[in-house]
Ligand binder design. Sequence first.
Ligand SMILES: Nc1ncnc2c1ncn2[C@@H]1O[C@H](COP(=O)(O)OP(=O)(O)OP(=O)(O)O)[C@@H](O)[C@H]1O
Ligand SMILES: [Mg+2]
Length: 172
Amino acid sequence: MARIEVPTVDDIHRVGRAIGEHAMPGDLVMLNGPLGAGKTTMTQGIADGLGVSEQVSSPTFVIAHIHPGRFDLVHVDAYRLESMDELDALDLDASLEDSLTVVEWGAGKVESLTGSRLEIDIERPVGGDADLDPEDLGADEPRILTLRPHGERAEALADAIRSAVPDLVERT
Ligand SMILES: Nc1ncnc2c1ncn2[C@@H]1O[C@H](COP(=O)(O)OP(=O)(O)OP(=O)(O)O)[C@@H](O)[C@H]1O
Ligand SMILES: [Mg+2]
């Protein structure tokens, strides 16, 4: 487990890029955190690292977006899914074994899917956005990431993140 401080959007993009650059087909990343935590923002960095050139936005209304890159990025919003079986039932145009799957709102739903997964909790330190004027909501605000790797592939991704942003890893 490692804690990483990401003061700016640029920093969370750097973390995401490290994931995208080191990902292998079949990898699964779960992004956990409340509304507006930065899950989609992180996914944009992941897409960049994977060589995706199209714009990545929230898949809220369609449940999953597939973005071609070095290999496919499957970006899932599991908010309205009960389980990953329902994702299978969507009959996506990509197979998860050949893709990097990034899931928002997947806690309690996708753990059974694969042997290995990297869970990342994204937290806003207390006193953050809550005090901001609505027009400043896009401004940089610190986030704390907690990496919870499960399995060998996830450990490798967590190592890649730590090496890519040594300046952000919290010293304890
Ligand atoms: N350090 C930071 N890391 C991530 N996002 C940040 C940061 N600072 C400011 N932001 C802003 O916070 C917002 C995060 O929104 P985003 O859509 O990524 O959240 P989300 O977790 O995907 O939300 P939802 O639950 O609605 O899907 C963006 O507007 C982003 O610019
Ligand atoms: Mg989102």
